[in-house]
Design a protein around this ligand. Structure first.
Ligand SMILES: [Fe+2]
Length: 303
């Protein structure tokens, strides 16, 4: 079963996005974290301080790479130099899988630096799946595509977003990074039932999940990653975990970043959710739930 290659990573537990304001805390306090998600593009360089910091993180922690500029749905081919640098970084980090977004954002080498929604057409399914397949083959690790939050829709669309996602991942034989906050944001902006989306996703393809907070305005929601996760998103997450089983989950917090302890506490709510809803009675407790610092963990292990 193609999706089963992600089952090996179910023990990854709950991760936190690696962000510069937390470096000092991480290096001095050595908190126990199941894994860190890094933004690949921040480290696709030849040397210098960012890579030195990353190497220090890799000495102690597992790292999973997340990208923001692959633009799987763009009409133009990915830049070969970008792919080469990405593969070099994958070899450095040992990332067990790699994720990027199901979107477009570049035309003839000009980049928008935005994650733009695709028209949900059969033509876009074929092109996007082919692109994901090529990248996955080149990188030689599993790839998971993430559903984006969107604020506009195409009249040319021939299917729902979740049907589009399903068609792409089945044809590309890849995984899904299911962002339940993005589902919620888009459901409000486009007036669909977010639970219908979660219930329709092919569960065996879900490799990872994202949860995040957002900003609500009078008529729409912006995916700002600057607030705690709201209850309706936790409800969607619980249902997704119920369907998909224990799934590596990452709490995204990218703006107005609070202290590491606050982010960590929010992330651990996801861990409790996994234990409550995953229907796996003998699931192993996340190390992050057992001890607060890496030194405590080593102490406990030596008892
Ligand atoms: Fe996300």
């Amino acid at each position: 079963m193609p999706g089963n290659r992600f089952n090996a990573f179910q023990d990854h537990g709950v991760g936190i996005g690696l962000r510069i304001p937390h470096y000092q805390h991480i290096f001095s306090r050595k908190p126990v974290v199941d894994w860190f998600e890094i933004i690949s593009e921040n480290f696709m360089i030849d040397g210098g301080r960012p890579l030195a910091m990353l190497d220090q993180i890799l000495e102690r922690y597992r790292v999973v790479q997340h990208g923001v500029s692959m633009y799987f749905g763009s009409a133009t081919e990915p830049d070969p130099e970008h792919l080469k640098r990405l593969k070099t970084l994958v070899r450095r980090t040992g990332s067990p899988w790699l994720s990027d977004h199901l979107c477009w954002g570049s035309v003839d080498g000009t980049y928008s630096h935005d994650l733009l929604p695709l028209p949900y057409t059969w033509e876009a399914v074929a092109r996007t799946a082919e692109r994901v397949h090529q990248v996955q083959d080149y990188l030689e690790i599993p790839v998971a595509v993430e559903n984006v939050s969107s604020y506009a829709a195409f009249t040319a669309s021939e299917m729902t977003e979740w049907e589009f996602l399903t068609e792409v991942v089945e044809r590309a034989d890849c995984g899904i990074l299911l962002d339940v906050n993005n589902i919620y944001v888009s459901s409000v902006n486009h007036e669909f039932d977010p639970m219908e989306y979660v219930n329709a996703v092919p569960a065996h393809r879900v490799a990872q999940m994202h949860i995040a907070g957002h900003s609500r305005y009078e008529k729409y929601i912006l995916d700002t990653h600057d607030h705690p996760v709201i209850d309706p998103v936790w409800d969607l997450y619980a249902r997704a975990i119920e369907r998909c089983g224990p799934t590596p989950t990452l709490l995204e917090w990218d703006d107005h970043i609070p202290s590491f302890d606050e982010v960590h506490a929010e992330a651990l709510k996801a861990n409790r959710c996994i234990h409550k809803f995953a229907n796996v009675p003998d699931a192993v407790d996340s190390p992050a739930l057992a001890s607060e610092t890496w030194d405590n963990k080593v102490l406990e292990a030596s008892k």
